[in-house]
Design a binder for this molecule. Sequence first.
Ligand code: NAP
Length: 285
Amino acid sequence: MSTPPELTSENATTRESAQYAKNLVLIGAGKMGGALLEGWIGLGVDPAFITVIEPQPTAAIAALSARGVRINPDPASIRPDAIVIAVKPQIAPGIMPNVAALTRPSTVVVSIMAGRTIAFLAGALPDNAAVVRAMPNTPAAIGRGITVAVPNSGVSSAQRELADMLLRATGAVEWIDDETLMDAVTAVSGSGPAYVSLLTESLARAGEQAGLPAELAGQLARATVAGSGELLRRSSVDAAVLRQNVTSPGGTTAAALEVLMAVDGLDPLMERAVAAATRRGRELA
Ligand SMILES: NC(=O)c1ccc[n+]([C@@H]2O[C@H](COP(=O)([O-])OP(=O)(O)OC[C@H]3O[C@@H](n4cnc5c(N)ncnc54)[C@H](OP(=O)(O)O)[C@@H]3O)[C@@H](O)[C@H]2O)c1
């Protein structure tokens, strides 16, 4: 997995510079769209190349117009190289005709809408439109997300590079070819941040049960999950090795792991949870 590129005047290559000079349209500047927008500007994309379509821009988004971002301009004036759709999946049918009207033969359309398939997107766009379906996750808000992307056959290598740059602005990007995996991807990394939050809550509750004051238990659980996450991020070894590193035979961690790794422990529970999310993803699509 590669890390997000950092653009400085020293390391900007000609190819990267050319990629940054593309007309980008963001449709929906909410939590995810806002994170992408912030990421693009942070990467060094000239705000003058960015158009935002958003019925109720927040004050922070509206303020970007002073830096050159075009907000809700006349659609006839927009000639996008890339369109990123970041509205809720429920309103997709309503906005797709507008996206289709903006889509030129050279435009790549990138959707981060959960459950909206390539067939749905391509079916609403002009014939042979280049479409990328992507699934980010909420750590995108701090540049630590991971996005899985799948292209359709209309996506050229240059369009894929452009889509990669746009998505990488909020963290790592993995490309796959098999769209049927997207429900499992959603179940693991899309919904995963909620599981980690639940783990934090659950660890805090267990600490309380073991006699700790609620506030201290909450603080310990939160700092432990956050610190362990950071250790995982910085380390090149497997999670299993990090686990073994803190487990002395016959010690306290080993006693807890005996429970968590029992046949009815965390593995079957997580398997059931991810399977349920995968099933639900399929149903919603
Ligand atoms: N959050 C996640 O964890 C996550 C993870 C992976 C994928 N996603 C996907 O990311 C997408 C956005 O999610 P989000 O959490 O960022 O939602 P959000 O905060 O509600 O953002 C959606 C934005 O779209 C705007 N919008 C509504 N109608 C519009 C229109 N006709 N044209 C342009 N913009 C319009 C909304 O404005 P109003 O608020 O005024 O309606 C809102 O600002 C969803 O499709 C979701 O499936 C989210």
